[in-house]
Design a protein around this ligand. Structure first.
Ligand code: SF4
Ligand code: SF4
Length: 237
């Protein structure tokens, strides 16, 4: 049994993670996730003229007034994520912890930073349960794995390691390092050139595993990131 992987985040960092996760969702999915939470965490009084509007009608309107703690605010264009995070910011850390747990699909609890005493969340990330199945899905199907840009730190490492086979597949222009290009045509590839299928197996390996780009090393960033991207490396709950 592996030790639980824990991480501490400040409340502001927890907000940033929630925002990042929600912003990545389709409008429909945002709505599906946010509306039940909105109803749970806030006794909303929504009015359209003199009429009260049910939260489920939010996205059909151009904007709405939200009355909260005696003051009203108009949300134009109904950015549900902005609205939700705004309301959440007036809630106690315990509520942020509940919302974080639900959205990120992990357990979080309110805690103090051991050194600074700042309030934050202690998160059981469950990363100790992650096991890459070598299914190749992330490298084959997520085009932002191989049609993207990499930080200078990756390029500097490849230069240090004299990996000219890798460097010839990087197109650096105006400070941006685009990967992967065909060294023959200079065009972006339609499949990662480093992915290899193991003979007679449905398993894949990365031929530059020891020095692959940072974003590949860090995939998936979290359990929610894996779930959102179809990675099956976490056991089913
Ligand atoms: S999708 Fe997940 S399990 Fe499959 S190869 Fe990528 S990281 Fe591993
Ligand atoms: S470099 Fe390796 S890990 Fe990254 S997409 Fe290509 S095969 Fe996958």
């Amino acid at each position: 049994m592996h030790k639980k992987h824990l991480k501490f985040v400040l409340i502001t960092e927890a907000f940033a993670e929630i925002k990042n996760t929600l912003d990545m969702q389709s409008e429909l999915k945002k709505r599906e996730e946010i509306e039940p939470l909105l109803r749970r965490i806030e006794d909303l009084q929504i009015r359209k003229g003199t009429r009260k509007v049910h939260p489920l009608e939010l996205v059909r309107r151009n904007g709405l007034w939200i009355k909260s703690h005696g003051s009203e605010k108009f949300y134009y264009g109904i950015d549900l994520v902005e609205l939700f995070l705004d309301l959440l910011s007036s809630k106690p850390a315990e509520t942020v912890s509940e919302v974080y747990s639900e959205i990120q699909c992990v357990k979080a609890s309110v805690a103090k930073h051991p050194k600074t005493g700042a309030t934050g969340l202690l998160i059981e990330t469950e990363m100790e349960k992650f096991k890459c199945l070598k299914c190749g899905h992330c490298c084959l199907n997520l085009s932002d794995a191989y049609q993207t840009s990499v930080p200078d730190s990756d390029v500097k490492r490849w230069k240090r390691e004299q990996r000219f086979d890798i460097l010839e597949r990087v197109d650096t222009f105006a400070g941006i390092n685009d990967i992967w290009i065909s060294p023959k045509t200079g065009e972006a590839v339609s499949r990662c050139p480093w992915l290899r299928k193991l003979p007679k197996k449905s398993k894949y390996i990365c031929r530059i595993h020891e020095t692959k780009p940072e974003h590949c090393r860090n995939f998936p960033k979290s359990k929610r990131h894996a779930l959102d991207n179809g990675c099956k490396g976490f056991p089913a709950d």
